[in-house]
Design a protein around this ligand. Structure first.
Ligand SMILES: [Zn+2]
Length: 432
């Protein structure tokens, strides 16, 4: 459970993204100036024409395609494209005119005026292989998968690894950050995606979600020339646990988080599973990059009723404790002022007790992670409940610290040096 609820979106991103030029505006000149091979297309929702880079890797081996869950359990959506669409399981019929309104009823998927009995329908497009789903543009193909309830469906983006990364790196880091930090992010994100696909994708119809549950993916809206530069400069590069290993055997979950607060954490203390390169390391780099109000976070309070309700909802077995009457830290990591709350003991009105990992307590009480930003804090009784005090950092603190990566890049460190610091002992390997 914890392994999948890992990477948070970068907290300062909203301001970074808001400062970017509008989607139909300034990118035209920037991309044209770089001499990119481009196709003139009409972006959905835009009144002006924009140059869109063709989607690379459309002929890649299936091992290097990613299935990204864009819409889980949807009842309807609208699909459009900037080039002719082809609908069907095997290349499909077409061209089909859009936009198509998609619904599901009586166990059938309805795309515009056409109805499909197949469990899944794939929509492909011609160059530049871009479609829009509810107004958001993505590369690759769209697969609509009917759920067994016959009333809902999942919308899944089938996209090659490299164009997928362009939609991740620009969503996880501000595009104006140092090129070496963006490159480190691209390698970490490429590795994390493939590790997750290989470990969990075989059990389900998608590999990664488009949210912080995996890593944030925003498709074309996250792309800029700087982001593409970071992706292409690290083309096919991944991290393996130790030198000499191949990507087939050496990938590990390259967790990363926004602001470690001064020291990263051992993976097993946060997610309960150990990986050799996911060791705690000091990070003197993020403090000067992160906004002060995000590096140090204010007290967060939760009353007893809320704490009890949220814990039992997430962990029904805790009902035997009755109302939660005590929360005590019983294990902290040994990083001095950067120590994380790694295990707590819960006591209930029935007198029974149970233990919980600190990270699980944090995300159960505050699933958004925006109040209890990290487990570098103290928990104390407060009024009719508890308060989390003296907090610093943002995120789980395992693996690369994103603000720290930017701090290292500003000091002249390379992407490889950044990755060596946060994933000690690992090595870079090539997929292709
Ligand atoms: Zn840090």
């Amino acid at each position: 459970m914890s392994l999948l609820s890992c990477n948070k979106p970068f907290p300062t991103l909203a301001s970074g993204r808001a400062s970017r030029p509008p989607a139909c505006g300034g990118r035209l000149a920037a991309r044209a100036a770089q001499g990119l091979i481009a196709a003139m297309v009409l972006l959905s929702g835009c009144s002006r024409r924009e140059i869109v880079r063709p989607t690379p890797q459309m002929d890649a081996d299936s091992r290097f395609w990613v299935r990204v869950l864009l819409l889980p359990n949807a009842t309807e959506c609208t699909v459009a494209a900037m080039s002719p669409m082809h609908v069907g399981a095997h290349g499909g019929v077409g061209p089909v005119d859009g936009p198509l309104r998609v619904t599901v009823s009586d166990g059938r998927l309805h795309l515009g005026a056409t109805s499909h009995s197949a469990e899944e329908v794939t929509i492909g497009t011609e160059e530049p292989h871009v479609f829009s789903l509810n107004g958001q543009s993505y590369r690759g193909r769209l697969r609509l998968v009917r759920n067994s309830d016959g009333r809902t469906f999942n919308a899944v983006n089938i996209v090659p690894l490299e164009p997928y990364l362009a939609g991740v790196v620009g969503a996880e880091m501000p595009a104006y950050w140092e090129p070496q930090a963006l490159r480190a992010q691209a390698i970490a994100a490429r590795t994390y995606c493939l590790y997750t696909k290989n470990r969990f994708g075989v059990q389900r119809a998608w590999d990664v979600s488009s949210t912080q549950a995996s890593q944030v993916y925003r498709g074309l809206s996250a792309e800029t020339a700087q982001i593409w530069n970071a992706v292409t400069a690290t083309y096919g590069k991944v991290l393996v646990s130790r030198p000499g290993q191949s990507p087939e055997t050496g990938l590990f979950p390259t967790y990363y988080s926004s602001i470690c607060g001064g020291h990263t954490e051992n993976c097993e203390r946060v997610f309960g599973e150990a990986f050799a390169p996911l060791k705690a390391v000091p990070c003197p780099y993020c403090k000067d990059v992160a906004k002060m109000g995000m590096f140090f976070w204010p007290m967060a309070q939760f009353d007893r009723a809320t704490v009890t309700a949220r814990l039992i909802e997430r962990y029904p077995a805790l009902e035997k404790l009755g109302e939660i009457t005590g929360i005590v830290a019983i294990e902290k990591s040994d990083h001095g002022q950067f120590a994380r709350l790694t295990k707590v003991r819960l006591t209930g009105s029935t007198g029974k007790t149970e233990t919980l990992r600190g990270e699980d307590l944090r995300l159960t009480l505050d699933p958004s992670g925006r109040k209890i930003q990290s487990t570098i804090c103290h928990i104390v009784p407060w009024g009719d409940g508890w308060a989390f005090l003296s907090g610093r950092g943002w995120g789980h603190g395992v693996g690369m610290c994103q603000c720290g990566a930017e701090g290292m890049a500003r000091l002249g460190k390379t992407a490889e040096e950044i990755l060596q610091h946060y994933y000690p002992g690992s090595a870079i390997a090539s997929l292709y």
